[in-house]
Design a protein around this ligand. Structure first.
Ligand code: TRP
Length: 334
């Protein structure tokens, strides 16, 4: 029997847009698979969301929906710590301290900062700049070993590791050095309209995006309109057939079929039949999630119990790290 202590995992999603099929296949589904073998914290990072202007009512709605969807997708609130970032003040507190051990130059080099500055040229605020420091605080507060993220977030986990290493060097070992954890099955789902771009929850591009709570008619319509190519063969070739390859990835995730099986299944059929089959498989994949989410959202007390319990458990862990950090930097204890 393996008696090694379970490693700790931290991950989070910003409630800056509705969760999509891409969030499910790329993140949530993997989180569920990890919950038995690791000690996991899964956060709704609302403080990160306000680095871009948010409509307050929409942010509140999406935050609650996101909690419900985490659970509806299969995350067990007893096994995992599921909570809202702004409920645990230690994130902001540690973030301030870590900011004093992060260099202006290294933050200037972050690709996401450069990207977002271009997209939000009228609101390049200090929060957008120090975003990676708050993210480092998220991870380091809980001494996380592994951080499941997509490729685009690897650089943020690396800077968290650099900041942790620097702090450990100046004082004494304080933080676990985290590693990005990119699951083998973490398929990247692309837009149905622009299959070279990621299916994005922040830039919900009309027919390109499927949200977890979309109704079956909308889902079917979007798959019927999915952009493909001028051939007729259902074959996996991301370079020359990005649209069809993306649909195959989705169909494979929804049904468990391999690419070869899918190619054989649609041999001699047109793209039309294939798109219908993919749409139907996604409708069935999302149906139980949508129904369970609706149930949970109708049960506000139960939902509140989940995020309050989560915040209390997270606070306990976070406090231990923060106390240590405050002591090491020379703050007088209370
Ligand atoms: N920056 C992440 C994203 O945009 C979200 C995030 C915030 C996160 N804090 C985190 C992810 C800590 C992993 C760990 O997707």
């Amino acid at each position: 029997m393996d008696t090694a202590p379970k490693k700790r995992i931290f991950s989070g999603i910003k409630p800056s847009g509705d969760l999509t099929l891409g969030s499910y296949i790329g993140a949530l589904r993997n989180w569920v698979a990890l919950q038995d073998d690791f000690n996991c914290l899964y956060c709704i990072v609302d403080m990160h969301a306000i680095t871009v202007r948010q409509e307050p009512a929409a942010l509140r709605r999406r935050t609650l929906e996101q909690i419900a969807q985490y659970v509806a997708c299969g995350l067990n609130p007893q096994k995992n710590i599921i909570y809202i970032q702004s409920h645990v003040p230690a994130h902001a507190e540690l973030s301030w301290v870590l900011g004093c051990y992060t260099m202006f130059g290294e933050l200037s080099r972050m690709t996401q900062f450069k990207d977002k500055s271009r997209k939000n040229a009228d609101n390049i605020n200090a929060g957008l700049f120090t975003y990676p420091v708050l993210m480092a605080a998220d991870i380091l507060l809980y001494q996380a070993d592994l951080v499941p993220v997509g490729d685009d977030q690897k650089q943020h986990v690396e800077i968290a590791r650099d900041i942790a290493g620097r702090f450990n060097q100046v004082y004494s070992p304080t933080f676990t050095l985290p590693e990005p954890f990119i699951p083998k099955t973490g398929a990247r789902i692309m837009s149905l309209q622009e299959p070279l771009n990621k299916m994005s929850k922040s830039e919900q591009d009309g027919d390109g995006c499927i949200c977890l709570l979309d109704n079956p008619d909308d889902i079917m319509r979007r798959f019927k309109r999915a952009v493909t190519d001028s051939e007729t063969r259902v074959a996996f070739d991301p370079e020359n057939k990005p649209g069809i390859s993306n649909l195959m990835t989705i169909y494979s995730c929804a049904t468990g079929k391999t690419f070869d099986e899918i190619t054989a299944e649609f041999d001699g059929h047109g793209y039309g039949d294939f798109k219908l089959a993919v749409g139907e498989s996604v409708v069935e994949l999302l149906r139980p999630i949508r129904e369970k989410t609706a149930d949970l959202l109708n049960n506000k007390d139960y939902l509140a119990k989940i995020y309050r319990d989560g915040a209390a458990r997270a606070s306990n862990l976070a406090r231990k790290t923060l106390d240590k950090v405050y002591r090491k930097v020379g703050f007088v204890g209370k």
